[in-house]
Ligand binder design. Structure first.
Ligand code: ADP
Ligand code: ZN
Length: 286
């Protein structure tokens, strides 16, 4: 009996199978093309295994309210073929096993809470800063959701006085994602994030915005741990800058744990999401 997970991203799907000892025994990366083509490869990968339960963490936004007609669908994505695609329904047509359906970042938050940087906590917030900015929240051991899942990347932030960049978000222009995700870094400087020198002025803006967003999340959700991941967080110096910006902007209003313990990098680099999917599958069965 095996558990399986699908971390569905806009560029690739990571699928994995784990055994009852939570050990990953098989894993594959499949390029995201059309839904039909991509899912055909996913089903083929799982075919040899007798599956007991599945966890899916999908790029979004997605419909997560079982009471609504769009439950299980991928919603407003620019990814060709995926907008309003009944993702969960298509998977369910193949398997009659328990399937947990959530966002990629919620799965990552769950993975970090159970096996990563937030182990031992009851709540955590996971934020990825990459092609986009997205966040997942686990509160009291459960993935948090309401009428929809949180969209932590699209909050508005107070502008840095030295910043007049218009922003890249197609919906809001200068929301957090529009000002601070990887594509904004590149659009502002003409240089890809990974090639920007450590002493570039842009990092101060970047830390200002992310530190500010983290403050907003703490003020509204009060998680026990904040875990940061995503390509842009490969900049090692950013973590310290973000912590400083967070502390400066919080101005001692809320007393948090020591910032070095409180705001940390992912404990499961590049695997938080898929490990979270597998653990959600296991939890669904128990
Ligand atoms: P995705 O968000 O698509 O899953 P990533 O988390 O790798 O993928 O994010 C990709 C974005 O992160 C790109 O905009 C890229 O330029 C940026 N990026 C990747 N590595 C670095 C790095 N070392 N420093 C800064 N930015 C980076
Ligand atoms: Zn936005």
């Amino acid at each position: 009996m095996y558990f399986c997970g699908i971390e569905a991203g806009g560029t690739k799907f990571i699928c994995a199978v784990s055994d009852q000892e939570q050990k990953i025994i098989d894993k594959v990366s499949i390029p995201t093309t059309t839904p039909e083509e991509t899912l055909a490869q996913v089903f083929a990968f799982f075919q040899p295994y007798q599956l007991a339960a599945m966890g899916i963490g999908s790029f979004g936004p997605i419909g997560i309210d079982p009471e609504q007609e769009n439950y299980g669908y991928v919603l407003a994505t620019p990814k060709p073929g995926w907008k309003n695609f009944d993702f969960l329904g298509s998977v369910k047509a193949h398997y009659s096993i328990p399937i947990v359906w959530t966002t990629d970042v919620n799965a990552a938050a769950f993975g970090e809470l159970k096996k990563g940087a937030a182990q031992g906590k009851k709540s955590c917030l996971y934020l990825t800063v990459g092609t986009g900015i997205g966040g997942g929240v686990v509160l009291d051991g459960k993935i948090f959701s309401g009428i929809t899942h949180p969209e932590l990347g699209h909050i508005h932030v107070k502008r840095h006085p030295a910043d007049d960049y218009e922003g890249t978000c197609p919906y809001h222009k200068d929301c957090l994602e529009g000002l601070a995700a990887g594509p904004a870094l590149e659009a502002r400087t003409g240089i890809k994030g990974q090639d920007l020198p450590e002493d570039h002025l842009i990092w101060e803006l970047q830390a200002y915005y992310i530190g500010q967003a983290l403050m907003t999340y703490v003020l509204s959700l009060a998680p026990e741990k904040i875990v940061l991941g995503g390509g842009v967080m490969n900049q090692e110096h950013m973590l310290m800058r973000i912590r400083q910006a967070f502390v400066a902007q919080m101005a001692n209003y809320v007393e948090t744990p020591a910032v070095e313990d409180y705001i940390v990098r992912w404990g499961l680099p590049n695997e938080s999401g898929i490990i979270g999917c597998l653990l959600l599958a296991e939890e669904a069965l128990s």
